[in-house]
Design a protein around this ligand. Structure first.
Ligand code: FES
Length: 158
């Protein structure tokens, strides 16, 4: 008499493979990689836009004092004046100051010491020491800010 161990068992039918779509795993991995790339790109874009865009208009100090020694002759310093970036330059005619927001699309202009001019990095706008447009697309001059010097202090506004 055969024991259950010796009785030949019928062969199990081969387990059918689940239907797979061609390239399904590859497509999934590509989508994951694309999503990670997009997240990385947006993560890198955010600080750049924060750098180029001025902060929203807000009430801020309407009088800003700076030590004159902080701005060497020919140099500049960017400060926040009335909630907006302002740039103060120690030029040949004394201290000058302008709202640093470009009149084209609102980027923050920089002082270029070698060229003695303001330059907007977004679209190449240029302004002279009086804030007048000398190149690029800006439609209007920079907005001047009154500056006074009292002893060792440079005072914007007030
Ligand atoms: S924003 Fe300054 S030139 Fe366009």
């Amino acid at each position: 008499m055969a024991t259950p161990d010796t009785v030949p068992q019928p062969a199990k039918p081969a387990r059918p493979k689940p239907p797979t779509r061609p390239g399904g795993r590859r497509r999934f991995l590509e989508r994951c990689l694309g999503a990670l790339s997009a997240a990385g790109f947006l993560g890198a874009l955010y600080p750049i836009t924060r750098y180029l865009e001025p902060p929203p208009e807000a009430e801020g100090a309407s009088r800003v004092e700076i030590a004159a020694s902080d701005i060497p002759f020919g140099g500049s310093k960017t400060v926040i004046y009335r909630g907006r970036p302002a740039i103060v330059v120690n030029g040949p005619n004394g201290f000058i100051a302008f709202n640093a927001v470009c009149t084209h699309l609102g980027c923050v202009v920089k002082w270029v010491e070698t060229g003695q001019e303001f330059f907007c990095p977004c679209h190449g706008g240029k302004f002279d020491q009086k804030g007048q447009v000398t190149g690029g697309p800006p439609p209007q001059p920079l907005v001047a800010i009154s500056v006074a010097q009292s002893g060792e202090k440079v005072i914007l506004g007030g």
